[in-house]
Design a protein around this ligand. Sequence first.
Ligand code: 3AM
Length: 186
Amino acid sequence: MRLFIALDPPEGLRDALMDMQDGLGLGREVPPENLHVTLAFLGDQPEASAELLHEMLGAIRAPAVRLTLRGAEMFGGRQPRAAVALVEKVPELVALQEKVVQAARMAGIELPRRRFKPHFTLMRLPRFLPDFAEHRIAAWLGRNGDLVYAGGDALQFTLYRSTLHGDGPIYDALAQYPLAPTEEPA
Ligand code: 3AM
């Protein structure tokens, strides 16, 4: 099973992400139900590891994570492969990501050390881009590069199975784990 762990956007934030998708005019949109912030990509894992992982993830106690969009970027450098909305790296998000990685390691899953740059992938771009792509990308970054959007709290995180298909991956939520709501200041 190809597994990853992610945060899902609250509904209002999903709409904001879809608005951002509408404006690029290049590549393939990530379907609304697939929009997520990956906390850890685990690759192919045997069923036994998945079960142990499920136990470890269920033991995580962590507060809800405030999801704030802060700007947009193209991933891939000189060969842009994805348009993403960046997510503010608040301490609760960093702590949760570390706990998730630790849970995976405790389940015997080796993860390469990677810098965590939280984001929603919005569009995936083809390898060969048309001539007008540069202009569209620049215009989109101009509109969204400084965007700030308070997207509300993620109150859970999800273990997904990803099945690859020619026309994009299919994500199945295998299990969800609650995060503790934070108290609103009076
Ligand atoms: O959250 P995003 O969309 O950036 O690109 C895949 C997606 O990332 C990434 O895991 C997320 C859920 O599929 N992914 C896929 N294959 C990967 C790999 N071999 C990978 N990340 C790291 N290594």
